[in-house]
Design a binder for this molecule. Structure first.
Ligand code: MN3
Length: 213
């Protein structure tokens, strides 16, 4: 971390700009053996940080400089001339959301209130997990698999690159990053094994329930 970065993060808490490189909600090795500390150190420390740094550089001195992250995302979506700002803003948001979608003691049974919604929308937790794994595996190239709320109904959607359900009118409940940088060091080309391991061992149903409430 260089001197400029240190200054940025020291003054950034709570401010719209510069945007904050949010702390990981657990230690880098907390998701082992499903996701190794080596993967997290690159994914969080290099990729996620890169999006935040790029965003702050891109918006400095522009009309976006004082906007919240969400406002930047919604006001640059579908605007080809703003694609770089959109991509870095959305990836900043997506990564913070992804870290919170995982937890060291995740997987297992969702809390009762979420279980009810899952059974109403998918039939069973296993069917919901199958749809999420299928979305993760079938996303061609880089992207994200999401559990979202659409009106009162839960759905699984996938998005390409930086795209984000909030611009599609959905409320995101949890996500799985399926960019190769999320799993390649640990799983190489076996995206399906990564997706299933995350769903079985790490997925944070409590976080999904908070977002659904
Ligand atoms: Mn990523």
């Amino acid at each position: 971390m260089n001197k400029k970065d240190t200054n940025n993060s020291a003054t950034a808490i709570g401010a719209a700009s510069p945007h904050v490189f949010t702390p990981l909600p657990y230690a880098e090795n907390a998701l082992e053996p499903i996701i190794t500390a080596k993967t997290i150190s690159f994914h969080y420390g290099k990729h996620h940080k890169g999006y935040v740094d790029n965003l702050n550089k891109l918006i400095a001195g522009t009309e976006y400089a004082d906007l919240s992250l969400e406002k930047i995302i919604t006001s640059t979506a579908e605007r080809p001339e703003r694609i770089a700002i959109f991509n870095n803003a959305a990836q900043t948001w997506n990564h913070t959301f992804y870290w919170n979608s995982l937890t060291p003691n995740g997987g297992g049974e969702p809390p009762a209130a979420l279980m009810q919604k899952i059974e109403a929308s998918f039939g069973s937790v296993d069917d919901c997990k199958k749809e999420l794994a299928n979305a993760a595996v079938s996303q061609f190239g880089s992207g994200w698999a999401w559990l979202v709320l659409d009106g009162g109904v839960l759905k699984v959607v996938k998005t390409a690159n930086a795209n984000i359900p909030m611009t599609m009118g959905f409320t995101p409940l949890l996500t799985i990053d399926v960019w190769e940088h999320a799993y390649y060091l640990d799983y190489q080309n076996r995206r399906v094994d990564y997706a299933n391991a995350v769903l079985d061992e790490l997925i944070n149903w409590e976080f999904a329930l908070q977002n659904a409430s």
